[in-house]
Design a protein around this ligand. Structure first.
Ligand code: ADP
Ligand code: MG
Length: 353
């Protein structure tokens, strides 16, 4: 199990595109680490630098205690899969799987055993004679995974592995990747821009934006204790409610909005964040229902009082319709407070250990 370490890694393309800015990151041996961020954040660049496909402009990359910065991908013993399945179109599935062992001149019987073993593990044994063109997205990604793991790499890198797979197959491939991680204990770095996907697979998340790490933590950490406004808004659907106003004692006031908090704070200008499920509504009041989305057990309500809008997640124990009038309970017991100047977290309630 290989530990990956990035020390002050910076990547600048074309003299002035800073794709990564001084990244420091340690991914532990056997860990499944998800790199999550919007498009253009630098995720693929980070993965390509770990793979050895890009050279950092500055900084070093270590596998365990060996500096691998100047070594080739082959020497690093990594496997990588991409969102575009990188299969050789003119070869059968069997030949695709066998390819990396064949170029390394392994004996034929060994290759044959390995190919069949991997194909049966991944549920693609019935596809061995087919060509990539005739495979569905899910099948092609299974073959790409097979191609990647057939050599038992030290490090397994995945760049948006579910992006081109039909919705019903996405869950299946996701669980296959989780099973691989559980059973083979590869050190895995999984890149995605999809927060639901990232949250659901990660042991630890690295959230990046504009080439900089915003927060590193478990899915629970980043949801409950977001380090800044960007993370607070990026994680969680529907989005966290944010209000700009003034904090005085245990009251937060924004124009025509008043939240009563369970704790006192020093007076300051602040931004308060309240997740949709932490807002309680009652029948009758000055909020107008603008939108209703049923989600099975829950209902998502979009409310407005003319000044502010509110996203509320409630259990669907009664029916709501557009135009209903609701009251919002102004006592809240779960929230986060941010600095309006830096956007950084000042406090959360309740405190999380
Ligand atoms: P992500 O994978 O998070 O969408 P990338 O790592 O692909 O982000 O890109 C980060 C930034 O670097 C973007 O601004 C992108 O345009 C730029 N970039 C990526 N690859 C290259 C390249 N080969 N040449 C020039 N700019 C690049
Ligand atoms: Mg990318």
């Amino acid at each position: 199990m290989t530990t990956i370490k990035l020390i002050n890694v910076t990547k600048i393309y074309d003299r002035d595109t800073v794709a990564l800015n001084s990244i420091n990151l340690e991914i532990k041996g056997g860990e499944l680490c998800v790199v999550l961020g919007p498009s253009g954040a630098g995720k693929s660049t980070l993965l390509r630098i770990i793979a050895g496909l890009e050279h950092p402009t500055e900084g070093r990359v270590y596998f365990d205690n060996t500096d691998v910065t100047d070594t080739s991908p082959q020497e690093r013993d990594i496997a990588m899969i991409f969102q575009h399945f990188t299969l050789y179109p003119h070869m059968t599935v069997y030949q695709n799987l066998a390819f990396s062992l064949k170029v390394r001149k392994y004996p034929k019987p060994y290759i044959d055993t390995k190919v069949r073993e991997v194909a049966s593990y991944l549920g693609i044994a019935h596809l061995l004679r087919r060509r990539p063109r005739s495979l569905s997205g899910g099948e092609a990604q299974r073959v790409a995974i097979g191609k990647a793991i057939i050599r038992d790499p030290r490090v397994f890198l995945l760049d948006e592995p579910l992006a081109n797979i039909d919705l019903p197959r996405k869950e299946e491939i996701k669980h296959l990747i989780l099973k691989l991680h559980r059973e083979k204990r590869y050190t895995m770095v999984y890149v995605t821009h999809n927060q639901d996907e990232g949250m659901s697979v990660a042991e630890r998340l690295v959230i990046i934006k504009d080439g900089e790490i915003q927060q590193i933590g478990t899915p629970m950490d980043v949801y409950n204790v977001p380090a800044n406004l960007f993370v607070a808004e990026f994680i969680g659907r529907p989005k966290i409610n944010l209000f700009s106003g003034h904090l005085r004692g245990n009251v937060f006031e924004a124009h025509r909005l008043r939240w009563v908090l369970p704790q006192e704070y020093p007076s300051c200008e602040a931004i308060i964040g309240v997740r949709p499920e932490d807002i309680k509504v009652v029948s009758g009041g000055d909020w107008n229902v603008e939108d209703v989305e049923y989600e099975g057990r829950d209902v998502l309500l979009h409310l407005t009082n003319g000044q502010h809008t509110l996203r509320v997640r409630s259990t669907a124990t009664r029916s709501y319709k557009v135009g209903d009038r609701l009251g919002v309970i102004n006592k809240i017991s779960k929230y986060a407070i941010f600095s309006p100047n830096t956007g950084k977290l000042i406090a959360v309630y309740p405190k999380v250990q």
